[in-house]
Design a binder for this molecule. Structure first.
Ligand code: ZN
Length: 1059
């Protein structure tokens, strides 16, 4: 080893130059991380593949400026030098450096780090007077030469550099080493990769413009990070996340305090940041540091309506009590992501310098972004993905560059992609490398089951599945039987053994982990696992051998008390693949055709049918008992309104259809809840500090105020002290004349709930494991490993728990509590993104449904609505026919109020508004008109188009009397059975799958094997949930208890704001 010195010139955040001298050791052996190595390198971890035409060494400048281009997974055989990585670390900061490290670690990217500065023969020391850039290029070139020679010249090496003099200097020095510019490289080596070339152009334009930046200061400079950190420590400053109020994005933002990091303990509210200068270039989501203004400068949040809604005429004050108000003095961490923006129409761009365009982000909370482009003409009215590069104090707006073009605004595909990107949902087709991990299963080489290490249930157990019609991914099956002697019953839940096929750490596993869930949109879905697993080998199809993870309970035949539980891997063969309607028909004793029995002679058939029916009856009996048990504990029956959209082949919505649940839905759901609960107990007892569970925290009492007040207005008392009290009082709150009252109260109860969340058992005390909605002390997700990654983790934990019972100690190979907590947070975040995406795509389709209809003539646009919440300037309604909710204003932009006309019709006149707890009235010369809670009224639905943001629905009151549609619509009545979240999920899947099946049938032929494996499910297949309901609470966390941002509809002062 040779000792030498390495000299750095660092730039501090205040711009000082610092000279740092470090001892530096050179070695003979530095691993090359290439699978072509013949020199015996100690190569562990990721290896560069050999099936590439060349290896590529990006120069320092290329890595620093064009890292995002190098992030394309299609670019393979990339060697990042240590020199380049250090440069990124020193000149680009933590965010980009972390991205580079993640890239190097990610096995889906064919790139490695070569520690060239430790390699004796590759290292170059800096010469006297040599500029840093020239030295860097020399280092990278030297590394490329060493690498090429180290691999005995078997692979050509390309060095890419933006420095023309380096191209000239090194080009002819070594055979086998090619020096090209980035642009040439992309054009010659990756001509097909148009997206990378576009991105390169857009980044390089942004870089050029940056050089010609002005010098006049628009904002105060940010303080250096050490000053910020010290200030937060001493209590002088406050640290938190910036939350921009969507309805007043220009002016109002709040800093949500980060509990532990703040010394200023007098503060218990958010800090208001008012106006752009005080916000000082912070963007929604950034981690900022604020300084409080003197008390005399504190302001209140604006409680009136958004712009143009006649705020000055409101009876209430327009500002709340003054609250702590501050200004941003620095930013600890930028939280920028990819943003979708809309390019302005031509007339707006012509007058300005056409190379710099101000584009408007789809997300109202994000400021306009200045984009340098030569394509301004081509991109007008297009939606484009952009990234922010910088926001200097001399620039009124942040500067950014375009990444890719999504398409024309308003087109379906553009809008769906917009929703995905805005929620950070990135789903690429599964790569070839991932698909190579899949087990072979073809007619020539069928997949063979193996009984080793598994309990064989094929002969002993009657196993069957109950799923939506046409379901392909069957991840759960059931069995139930009397044990010999008649004293005991045995209930079995058998779940697809996904972890047998998806090894921990494999590419498929990593991809599934990063997706974390299957994404359901109104018209498509993006699967978590490739179809060969989800629709075939993992799917517990009828009549074939399949691997399962099973839970078997021995129950007392009379009391149904659990005596014994067995967990383990099994081999099953499902006898019947039933669908819900068929199972319910068998239970009801109705004549039904079971396809599996069609071929048998009548005697045999009757015997088998009797056996199956008996099993279904036994199952129903057990499920009713389980449900009753949970009810005694306080399980909640919550209500969501589900309506599905029927799409035709061109994805036009032809009808919105409410759905009907069957008891058998609940039976299946109850068995799944039971399995999830028992698996939660098992893993938590085996690994008390490192198990993945799911809890549902009790709601904050104040969120129930609206529910309690509403019920009171109708003469009901809702007791919210415990889940049991709540469940019982909700059951009492029934108006025999209007079943909607009870449903709406349940919807409100649902909305008061917080979200259920995954967590690691070591990170919170055990009394917080409780699942409030299900009334269970421990709960997890085990039953859907095909479409939820949490279940995959839980399957691995259960496998480890089983081997612990068998004497081995697997706890060392398990994820630690800390790792598991990180994972839980990731999955929670992705689930929220999945919910938001689903909600937004549903709203998109709602707007599409009404868009082509003329609200003045089309009877579809007039509907009956029920008032369920009163606000200062209007009220919220629910429209049962379409299952949608929205705001109705009684005062318009001109300050006019809704007034009554003879015959119950409404029109606008000048007048005043009076709000009471349970009603709102307008008074004008024509008289008084009142809208009360739960009153049925008539509204007109129209679409409010938006160029830069999403369209929204506009509701307008036509009359304060009920609307009777010409044809009576088939409304779902009061539900006789309690419904749980799982039922709803099951119902939802039923709809999806049946629709999918119908469409497949319509298409005639099935997809080829290859198509099935390679494409994402993207056909027009699914349903649309018009009012999304999830496990208890679907609310976007921002919508309830939003202390700062102030979501419009839950507005603190009870106002409705229009977007
Ligand atoms: Zn080597």
């Amino acid at each position: 080893m040779i000792k030498t010195e390495k000299i750095f010139h660092l730039k501090s955040s205040r711009g000082w130059k610092v000279r740092v001298v470090r001892e530096h050791y050179l070695r003979e052996h530095v691993p090359c991380h290439s699978s072509l190595c013949q020199a015996g390198c100690d190569n562990d971890g990721k290896l560069l593949s050999e099936d590439v035409t060349h290896y590529v060494f990006p120069d320092v400048g290329v890595v620093v400026d064009y890292q995002e281009v190098l992030e394309f997974r299609e670019l393979r055989g990339v060697v990042f030098t240590q020199t380049a990585c250090h440069a990124v670390q020193h000149s680009k900061g933590r965010r980009q450096y972390n991205r580079l490290r993640a890239l190097l670690k990610d096995p889906r990217h064919d790139c490695v780090l070569f520690a060239n500065e430790f390699q004796k023969n590759a290292y170059c020391s800096r010469q006297k007077g040599e500029s840093q850039d020239i030295w860097h290029s020399r280092c990278v070139h030297s590394a490329a030469v060493w690498y090429h020679d180290h691999l005995a010249g078997v692979k050509p090496v390309v060095m890419i550099t933006e420095d023309a003099s380096a191209v000239a200097q090194y080009s002819s020095l070594h055979s086998g080493i090619y020096i090209v510019s980035m642009q040439e490289y992309l054009q010659n080596f990756w001509p097909e990769l148009k997206a990378a070339q576009d991105l390169y152009c857009s980044v390089s334009q942004a870089l050029q413009v940056k050089e010609s930046e002005g010098t006049e200061r628009e904002y105060t400079e940010h303080l250096p990070s050490e000053v910020l950190e010290a200030g937060v420590k001493s209590g002088r400053y406050i640290q938190g996340t910036l939350n921009v109020n969507k309805h007043r994005a220009q002016n109002e933002a709040f800093v949500r305090l980060e509990g532990s990091s703040n010394k200023n303990t007098d503060l218990n509210s958010d800090v208001l940041v008012s106006g752009g200068k005080s916000r000082n270039r912070a963007v929604h989501g950034d981690m900022v540091v604020v300084e409080l203004l003197p008390r005399s400068e504190w302001r209140g949040r604006v409680t009136a309506l958004s712009e143009g809604q006649g705020e000055d005429k409101l009876p209430e004050s327009t500002q709340s009590q003054p609250m702590p108000t501050g200004r941003v003095v620095g930013i600890l961490q930028r939280n920028w992501r990819d943003y979708v923006v809309t390019f302005p129409p031509k007339e707006e761009t012509q007058s300005r310098n056409s190379r710099r365009i101000l584009a408007t982000p789809w997300d109202q909370r994000i400021p306009k972004i200045r984009i340098s482009t030569q394509q301004a003409d081509a991109l007008q009215d297009h939606r484009v993905v952009v990234r922010i590069d910088s926001w200097e104090s001399t620039s009124l707006y942040p500067n950014g560059h375009s990444v890719r073009v999504l398409g024309r605004a308003g087109e379906l595909e553009t809008e769906v992609q917009t929703i995905l990107i805005e929620n950070c949902v990135h789903v690429l087709p599964f790569s070839e490398a991932q698909l190579r991990e899949m087990p072979a299963n073809s007619p020539e080489k069928p997949w063979q089951a193996d009984t080793a290490g598994r309990r064989d249930l094929r002969e002993s157990h009657l196993v069957f599945s109950i799923d939506p019609r046409g379901c392909e991914d069957v991840d759960d099956t059931l069995s139930v039987r009397s044990l010999p002697g008649g004293e005991r019953l045995e209930l079995g839940v058998h779940i697809a053994d996904v972890t047998h096929f998806v090894r921990e750490g494999s590419l498929t596993d990593l991809e599934a982990r990063s997706r974390a869930t299957t994404y359901y949109l109104a018209d498509r879905r993006y699967d978590m696992l490739p179809a060969v697993l989800s629709a075939d080998l993992c799917s517990l199809l009828g009549g074939v051998d399949r691997y399962a993870m099973s839970v078997l309970w021995e129950l007392d035949a009379r009391t149904l008390a659990v005596h014994k539980v067995w967990y383990g891997r099994t081999l099953i063969r499902s006898s019947y693949q039933l669908h819900y309607e068929l199972a319910q028909a068998l239970l009801n004793g109705e004549p039904a055709q079971v396809p599996e029995l069609m071929q048998l002679d009548p005697d045999q058939r009757d015997a088998k049918l009797a056996q199956l029916t008996e099993a279904l009856e036994m199952l129903t009996h057990v499920a009713r008992h389980l449900r009753a048990q949970r009810d005694r504990g306080g399980a909640l029956e919550l209500e969501g309104v589900e309506v599905r959209a029927q799409l035709d082949e061109d994805k036009n919505i032809t009808a919105l259809v409410p759905r009907q649940p069957l008891e058998v839905h609940e039976t299946v759901a109850e068995c799944m809840i039971h399995a999830n609960h028992w698996v939660a107990r098992k893993i938590q007892e085996s690994f008390p500090q490192q198990s993945l569970l799911r809890h549902h925290p009790p709601p904050r009492q104040e969120f129930f105020c609206e529910l309690v007040d509403c019920a009171k207005a109708r003469g009901f008392t809702i007791n919210t002290r415990s889940n049991k009290d709540l469940a019982e009082s909700l059951d009492q709150a029934v108006d025999p004349k209007d079943p909607l009252v009870n449903r709406l109260l349940r919807v409100m109860a649902t909305q008061a709930m917080s979200n259920a969340l995954y967590f690691s058992t070591g990170s919170i005390p055990q009394d917080q494991y409780y699942h409030y909605g299900l009334a269970l002390d421990r709960y997890t997700h085990f039953t859907s490993p095909i479409r939820r990654y949490a279940d995959v983790v839980v399957h691995r934990l259960l496998t480890a728990a089983i081997s612990l019972d068998q004497g081995s100690d697997p706890s060392k190979t398990l994820a630690s509590n800390k790792e598991l907590e990180v994972m839980a947070k990731h999955i929670n975040k992705k689930n929220q993104a999945a919910q938001r995406t689903q909600k937004l795509s549903t709203e998109l389709f709602q707007c599409l449904y009404f868009k082509d209809k003329d609200p003045l003539t089309d009877p579809c646009c007039v509907a009956d609505a029920v008032v369920y919440s009163i606000r200062t300037n209007g009220f919220l309604v629910f429209i049962p026919q379409y299952g949608l909710k929205g705001a109705v204003y009684v005062k318009n932009r001109e300050g006019q109020v809704v007034s009554a006309r003879p015959g119950g019709a409404c029109e606008w006149q000048s007048g005043s508004v009076h709000r009471y707890p349970d009603r709102i009235s307008t008074v004008c010369s024509a008289g008084t008109i009142t809208f009360s809670l739960f009153q049925h009224i008539t509204v007109r639905i129209s679409v409010q188009p938006s160029r830069c943001h999403s369209d929204s629905l506009h509701l307008e009151v036509l009359s304060n009397t009920p609307h009777h549609s010409p044809e009576p619509t088939d409304l779902p009545g009061p539900q006789p059975q309690g419904r749980t979240h799982l039922v709803q999920e099951v119902v939802r899947l039923a709809e999806e799958a049946s629709q999918q099946a119908q469409e497949k049938a319509a298409q005639g032929n099935r997809l080829s094997r290859e198509e099935r494996a390679f494409r994402q499910t993207k056909g027009p297949n699914l349903y649309s949930l018009l009012e999304e309901v999830r496990e208890l609470a679907l609310m976007d966390p921002q919508a309830c208890g939003d202390g700062g941002g102030g979501s419009g509809l839950s507005g603190e002062a009870g106002c409705i704001s229009s977007a």
